[in-house]
Design a protein around this ligand. Structure first.
Ligand SMILES: [Zn+2]
Length: 214
């Protein structure tokens, strides 16, 4: 099968309501041939990418984003084309609607804290985004204390790894720092690394995703 015919049949499958599975098998086979790797390797890579993207959509939806704003963030954070992002948002919305609602007490949500939530999201984005790692640049979300922020922050991989060595350090956009609860550790044109005051942020260290298990 030539490249051209495979692409054309994928296009038509995408428009069918139940064509998703076929489309994925074809995509896997095509990618395997193109990259000279086994279908299993390709499938594994695609699955990791899909899990990451689904996670991003679920987190954003959970934070209360909907409509065009949600779509915009999904496009920005996953790098998916607009049409694919729209399909993914629709698929996740359906899954969330049919699942049992998970009750999280408001108090726990506040205790965990915005910065810690964003940090764990960023850790997933950074760990799973192989392409970005190779390019040396990550697109993450602002880890400021404003729950509705979600603005993208671009940071070098090396800089990001450095800041994660201290569980009290977070990355925020310039102007998003809160002097009452944190100090500026480093200032860059695109981002600011802040350090939380240890006395008010003991929970930030306890929730450190890179903390070795005890
Ligand atoms: Zn922010």
């Amino acid at each position: 099968m030539g490249k051209g015919s495979s692409r054309t049949s994928m296009e038509s499958n995408r428009d069918e309501a139940h064509g998703q599975e076929t489309s994925r098998d074809e995509l896997t086979a095509w990618l395997a041939a193109e990259t000279n790797s086994s279908a299993a390797e390709v499938a594994e890579g695609l699955e990791a990418g899909e899990r990451r993207r689904a996670f991003v959509v679920d987190e954003l939806a959970d934070a209360g984003f909907t409509g065009p704003e949600l779509l915009e963030l999904v496009v920005r954070l996953t790098g998916l084309p607009r049409r694919a992002a729209k399909a993914l948002v629709a698929e996740r919305a359906q899954r969330i609607a049919s699942a049992e609602p998970v009750e999280v007490p408001e108090r726990d949500v506040r205790l965990v804290g915005n910065e810690i939530r964003f940090r764990s999201l960023n850790e997933q984005l950074a760990a799973l985004d192989e392409t970005a790692r190779v390019a040396g640049m990550l697109t993450l979300v602002c880890e400021c204390s404003d729950r509705s922020c979600w603005k993208p922050v671009e940071i070098e991989v090396a800089e990001y790894d450095w800041l994660r060595q201290d569980p009290l350090r977070f990355v925020v956009l310039p102007g998003h720092e809160a002097p009452a609860i944190e100090d500026v550790a480093e200032r860059h044109p695109r981002f600011v690394v802040i350090r939380k005051h240890p006395e008010t942020h003991a929970e930030a260290a306890l929730a450190d995703p890179r903390r070795p298990p005890t």
